[in-house]
Design a protein around this ligand. Structure first.
Ligand SMILES: C[S@@+](CC[C@H](N)C(=O)[O-])C[C@H]1O[C@@H](n2cnc3c(N)ncnc32)[C@H](O)[C@@H]1O
Ligand SMILES: [Zn+2]
Length: 361
């Protein structure tokens, strides 16, 4: 069950600046579905906004979800990526024994396929023809190629060869789920089939491209990307995922030789670390023209304090780019929290001040 412990509620307010309709939609989901769904959509929008930001212009985004929230996420994707960048709803069909009596057997999941722009890559993907189609190509030539004879109305006879590569893949994919006892099975509870991820990686990237899975579980996407010559980034919050991943990497010895497993937030290599100091403060004071970076008030140098924009507890580093000057009052309110929180507090305070009735005036 999702709660506001999984995501800061004030993120929804900061989302309203950039995506007002999306923030309204999420608030309405709170009424239509539930508060946990609202918290989940807020949490997901935070991630989808960032994924969209770092996606290159020719890139694609695939989102997989079960029916609990899939259709709610579809609208979120429409808002962030743009409804015109929605390309397909892919139905991933599988089999396996279930015995539901009060519903149809649940044997598919949905993947939403979006791109960043109209200028995107989609390498053709072929699948074998249906058996009935294959049966129609009932002749074989001297080279072993299958063909069929067509009798035209005007009496002529022509030949059609069966395409050896198969037919272009439709938007429903028959791919078996991972059997826990199979060679592929890692024991990770939500493991996805390698064939599913390979199809996506092959279709929507070329060798050397970067593939990222921010919920990578036991690293199926990373394995698919590695085997297909792509660069990859995988992220997962679960300790168990990291353990299975390390196991998988060593099982695939030869495939992966150099990897780093860390639960530390990576340090940026493109900018230099610098400790907060008087000279840093003076530089910031000049840049901010003596104003508090939050409330905008004018302050003397001694009344402003150096603050980390992204708090250190949330991965913000000692970089000049991550410093700002705040007045004492703003700094106290912000504490160890992100800027969105402080901005929201300032806005609320300003709103209240505007409507305040001063007796005796
Ligand atoms: C449906 S599974 C993905 C499975 C993956 N495709 C595989 O083949 O193993 C979702 C994953 O998201 C991870 N997760 C949940 N919340 C997360 C977060 N905030 N950041 C990163 N990963 C998270 C879970 O630990 C889980 O492994
Ligand atoms: Zn201030």
């Amino acid at each position: 069950m999702w709660t506001w412990k999984d995501v800061d509620e004030y993120y929804l307010d900061s989302l309203a600046d950039q995506f007002p309709a999306l923030a309204k939609y999420i608030a309405n989901v709170g009424a239509i579905h539930s508060k946990p769904m609202m918290a989940y959509l807020t949490y997901m929008s935070q991630r989808i906004v960032e994924m969209h930001r770092i996606l290159k212009n020719t890139g694609s985004l695939y989102l997989h979800c079960d029916p609990t929230a899939g259709h709610y996420l579809k609208l979120l994707l429409d808002s962030v990526l743009g409804k015109n960048n929605f390309r397909n709803e892919i139905v991933w069909c599988y089999t396996g024994g279930t015995d539901a009596k009060k519903t149809w057997q649940k044997k598919h999941d949905i993947l939403y396929f979006y791109t960043k722009t109209d200028n995107y890559l989609l390498n053709p993907c072929h699948v074998p023809f249906n058996e009935s189609t294959v049966r129609r190509f009932n002749k074989t030539d001297a080279d072993g190629r299958k063909y069929k004879i067509n009798q035209l109305k005007d009496g002529r006879i022509t030949k059609t060869y069966m395409k050896e590569e198969g037919k272009l893949a439709p938007d429903y994919w028959n791919i078996p789920i991972v059997n826990i006892t199979s060679k592929e099975g890692t024991g990770y509870p939500t493991q996805k089939p390698l064939a599913l991820l390979k199809r996506i990686v092959l279709a929507s990237s070329n060798e050397g491209d970067v593939v990222m899975d921010p919920f990578c579980g036991c690293a199926t996407t990373c394995v698919a990307a590695q085997q297909l010559g792509r660069k990859w980034i995988g992220i997962d919050i679960e300790k168990q995922a990291v353990q299975v991943l390390i196991q998988r990497l060593s099982d695939d010895a030869g495939l992966f030789k150099d990897f780093i497993a860390t639960d530390q937030i990576p340090k940026r290599s493109d900018i230099k670390e610098v400790q907060p100091s008087e000279s840093v403060k003076q530089r910031l004071y000049k840049e901010q023209q003596g104003k508090c970076n939050a409330c905008g008030g004018d302050f003397e140098h001694r009344n402003l304090e150096i603050d980390h924009i992204v708090p250190k507890s949330k991965g913000g580093g000692d970089y000049y780019e991550n410093y700002q000057l705040l007045c004492g009052s703003c700094n106290r309110i912000k504490g160890d929290r992100p800027m969105e929180y402080l901005r929201l507090k300032i806005e609320t305070r300003e709103r209240m001040m505007k409507h305040k009735v001063f007796f005796g005036e």
